[in-house]
Ligand binder design. Sequence first.
Ligand code: DGT
Ligand code: CA
Ligand code: CA
Ligand code: ZN
Length: 579
Amino acid sequence: MPDYSNLAIAAALDELGDLYELDGAVIHRVLAYRTAARAIRDAPMSVGALAREGRVTELPGVGRTLEEKILALLDTGSIPAAEKLRARFPPGLMDLTRLPGLGPKRARQLFDQLGIDSLDALREAAEGQQLRGIRGFGPKFERTVIEALDAGLGEQPAPRVLLPRALGLGEQIRDELRAHHAADRVELAGSARRLADSVKDLDIIATATDPAALAAALGELDVIESASVAGPNAGRARTHNGMPVDLRVVEPGQFGNLLQHFTGSAAHNVALREAAVRRGLHVSEYGILDDASGETLHCETEEGVYERLGLAWIAPELREGRGELAAAANGGLPARLIEVSDLRGDLHMHTTASDGRNSIEQMARAALERGYEYIAITDHSATHGFGNDVSPDELRAQIEAVAEVNARIEGIEILAGSEVNILPDGSPDYDDELLAALDWVIGSVHTSFGIGEAEMTKRMVAACEHPYIDAIGHPTGRKIESRAPYAVSIDALVEAAARTGTMIEINSAPDRRDLNDVHARAAHDAGVRILVNSDSHGVSTLSNVRWGIATARRAWLGRDDVANALPWARFAPLRKRAR
Ligand code: DGT
Ligand code: CA
Ligand code: CA
Ligand code: ZN
């Protein structure tokens, strides 16, 4: 699973470089880490996946030493060399290195000569005009450093965590709190409950027979590194991997109000308040105040909150302030959102023919076990690079191999497919004759991301117009929290897809979820058939469709709105080649 984004790996190596510099290492050693970090940040593929395949040294500037450190990070969550160096310096010293005009070397000078080991100590020294006594520092530096501190520079913004890891942590904490003798109800709220792309902090709402005891119990959990009491019956904590956790223990009679409020989103809550005001009601996290009677209604359940406001209960995934309140008022909410168990097929997966870990047969048997009626084997194509090219001859052999397995395994239709590269001019990288011999083709952009919006839009519209490209894969190329989408007009892409009957996937890789929720909803509304595909590179990640389904739900989609929730007999004729 791509748990470490390229950005996260690069940040760890940058930090290691800073630590070495703080430690006085020779500069070329420091630079080696920075160079590698840059290469990793810019790499078009998942460096984590590359490292797990034992191929990370193929990246420029990454040798055996770095490989070992990257693997340690992936396997254990930290790099031993960094741990050792971190222990040698006060933790606040690294904050200094992020200030303008203060690299590791100069920060070390301040530490050695004045004992400055934190942003607070630095401010004190600057305000006391003590810095000017040190060689290379003067009154001007003292002034700029105070300005920088006032602007909040140097403080590390907590990184947002991808949903799978946040949800894993959140559910673990929730379940351990539930097991506490003082606990009554414990629920996860916030962005994790809404199944958002990423999560800043975990919000947990509980009721308890002994609220103070439950709040204190949070700090005792194994996953928690440090905790503080945040008012009566509330706890704030931090997990070992830096994720903040907020716990609020409330009166059972107000549980619904608090759960609703802390599930959010902020945009949903703001819209909810405005709608309530028009009914003479004032909604807060503690209750609903009736302006006329002066009475405050407390709700044990969340359903009660929505009911008092004349609304149907709204699934947390829809609570983003995107029209869900109007829909809840007039019966316009989707009757039932799609679920993982609705999927009948998966149209994007890789095998050992390109960069996957399992064979066609292994993928097919695992899909069968998931209850699928059909899958498409879509290895990378002729120009993928990184040693994973599938030449035209190899693809012909693959078509036969798929047919052989398909004939042998009962109960599942195995399509011979390909994930072809959409070349900069919009054409696929196999010829039409070969594409016509396949059962299914996904077109994806894997190269030349920076050609600009007009060119990229033309390129993707051309791909939609191709007679053998059945679907577009991960249409914007974004990697959540680590790579911006490339510039492309989604409106034009959606229009072309609807016009040509090209499907568009929600790629379920947890760092992709591409199309995103907003775009998937727009595409569906424009008449595009949406797929939820795993893009799995092994049997263990077929289950990643969970994250794509989360995005589909956030896009308001039901079972009938997702093409691969259709049985094979209805899906088959929707392919361009079958029409
Ligand atoms: P994040 O950033 O991933 O933690 O996202 P959330 O949605 O969990 O946001 P968080 O933890 O800052 O706040 C939890 C909930 O509290 C949020 O979903 C709704 C509520 N809330 C936060 N700020 C506001 C606000 O300014 N107005 C209202 N009405 N509610 C808010
Ligand atoms: Ca939160
Ligand atoms: Ca929060
Ligand atoms: Zn791809």
